[in-house]
Design a protein around this ligand. Structure first.
Ligand SMILES: [Zn+2]
Length: 528
């Protein structure tokens, strides 16, 4: 992609599905990734980094499926700077209407010496070869000198110039380890803008991490110096403390248009629904005081503020909640709401469901409306999520359970699970409380033992007949997985959430057994 024709237009490069997804406990299944990719296209992002194709056959398939189906944004695949990675990424994005290959290679002294064991000259040579190879596959190539923020400025400038000469169309300057501060990062970008040959003919990009809490501030400082692409994630998820939060950088540019004079293509009214969707899918809650999308972001509690707000909103409000998609009043559906109203609400909440999924959702909606009077957005989101998970090809489904609880006696649970071929298996167990007994019964049937590291239940909405949401986080072979489910019965919700993680583990066991030997998992997980 050449530099955009409007010099004030900022390219929003979303890496929720790559950098975000690789962080602990944020992994998504292929169906969830596709759903997020469609929602990101609706949001109006310019580029979706869909994954790291060489990492596993699952990653490859997922990037390829998104490249084939999602239209609008450029679909990008990540590759280390070697032929196998680059060719695999090229294959994954080949069918995109517009594809991009993103090649990275570490350039800082510490990475050159301890990770790569390469001299500066060897690094330059490898970078040039990588960019050329990627250009052989695709006209749109991004190059990232990993750990750029800690790279000597003269050497960084040299690498950038050589990558541009070799054909890179976007040059990304990552602060891989979250080391930069706004004034420092601005100086790096300014130096490149004034010294690197050819820099005005490409898009200069930034990729910041939040280790010092400055990812958004650093990104804005770089935009002030002429960078025109920001790499970011929904809710700021990502390695360690996370990446630049998309919603924060976009709303900062919009709210402070007077200062920056820059625009994006984002439909900001979808920011809140998408934030909710991601936190539902990953089970990672957004902190209450999080800027833009946190529960308290627009709440005015102080009396003096409320008085001012009643007289004139702009006395204390720099953004309107509806600008980011937070509804002023929540629409409530009930048992008399029709199929059309429900379908519309599901679409407004940012879900793409098939007709078959919508039909099943409507049946569940009716059943729920018989149990509770008012159905809120959060209830509908929960029903939609259940439909998406039902389509994920689960190995085991819950056929039934009973549990006994009481004081003074041990609790027990009996569970029956259905396999994909229709077979039903039953077992029972005793435990410390009904949930422990239930999980143990599931372990007995599936033969899968995991370590539960977190378990919690909360009400989805606020009335007494609210649906309960159960979240389970487990550890299996050193990796974390989360499961989440909703039901009016919290024990059922717990069983479903637990079964979801058990199914994730089961499919991982299957994948490990079937893993072809020609795709070696990367020895170094990319952390650019
Ligand atoms: Zn990163």
């Amino acid at each position: 992609m050449a530099a955009p024709s409007d010099p004030n237009r900022v390219v929003i490069f979303d890496t929720t599905l790559r950098d975000g997804e690789q962080s602990p406990g944020c992994s998504m299944n292929p169906g969830e990734k596709m759903e997020m990719a469609r929602a990101l296209a609706d949001l109006g992002v310019d580029v979706i980094e869909a994954g790291f194709p060489i990492a596993s056959p699952g990653d490859f398939e997922s990037v390829r499926a998104i490249a084939r189906e999602v239209r609008g944004p450029i679909i990008c695949g990540l590759a280390r700077c070697n032929p196998a990675d680059i060719d695999r990424a090229a294959e994954a994005v080949r069918d995109a209407a517009r594809g991009r290959i993103h090649v990275f290679l570490a350039t800082s002294a510490i990475h050159r010496e301890f990770k790569l064991r390469m001299t500066p000259a060897e690094v330059v040579k490898r970078a040039v070869e990588g960019v050329k190879r990627a250009r052989g596959h695709c006209a749109d190539v991004e190059f990232s000198p990993e750990d750029a923020a800690r790279t000597e400025l003269d050497f960084l400038t040299e690498v950038v110039e050589k990558a541009i000469e070799a054909g890179a169309t976007t040059l990304n300057i990552p602060d891989t380890v979250g080391y930069a501060t706004p004034a420092h990062y601005a100086a790096v970008i300014r130096h490149l803008k004034t010294h690197a040959r050819g820099i005005d003919g490409v898009v200069l990009s930034v990729h910041c991490h939040d280790d010092l809490g400055m990812a958004v501030a650093n990104s804005l400082a770089a935009l002030g110096e002429g960078a025109r692409q920001v790499e970011c994630t929904i809710n700021g998820i990502g390695e360690r403390a996370g990446n630049t939060a998309l919603e924060e950088v976009v709303m900062a540019l919009r709210t402070r248009q007077d200062f920056y004079g820059l625009t994006t293509g984002i439909n900001t009214r979808l920011l809140y629904p998408l934030s909710r969707k991601l936190s539902h899918i990953t089970g990672m809650a957004v902190q209450r005081n999080k800027a833009i999308v946190g529960q308290n972001a627009f709440a005015h509690e102080a009396g003096i503020h409320q008085d001012g707000m009643l007289k004139e909103r702009s006395t204390y409000e720099i953004m309107k909640p509806e600008d980011v998609g937070i509804p002023r009043t929540e629409l409530v559906l009930g048992k008399h709401s029709g199929r059309h109203a429900l379908k519309q609400r599901v679409a407004d909440l940012g879900y793409h469901l098939t007709d078959e999924q919508l039909n099943r959702l409507f049946d569940e909606f009716k059943a729920l409306a018989d149990k509770k009077k008012d159905i809120y957005d959060a209830d509908i989101e929960a029903l939609a999520e259940n439909q998406l998970q039902a389509g994920a090809g689960n190995t085991w489904t819950l056929a039934g359970f009973t549990s006994t609880a009481g004081t003074g006696s041990q609790t027990s649970a009996a569970v029956s699970l259905r396999l994909a071929d229709g077979r039903v298996e039953r077992d029972a167990a005793v435990g410390n409380g009904p949930i422990d007994a239930l999980f143990k019964a599931v372990n007995r049937i599936t033969g899968i033992e995991v370590k539960v590291v977190d378990y919690r239940v909360r009400a989805v909405t606020q009335e007494i007949d609210a649906q309960g949401e159960a979240q389970v986080e487990i550890e299996y072979k050193g990796k974390l997985s989360r499961g989440r489910a909703v039901s009016v019965d919290v024990i059922e919700a717990s069983a479903l959430a637990y079964l979801e993680v058990i199914n994730r583990v089961a499919s991982r066991q299957l994948r490990d057994r079937l893993k072809p030997t020609d795709h070696v998992a990367p020895e170094v997980v990319p952390v650019i």
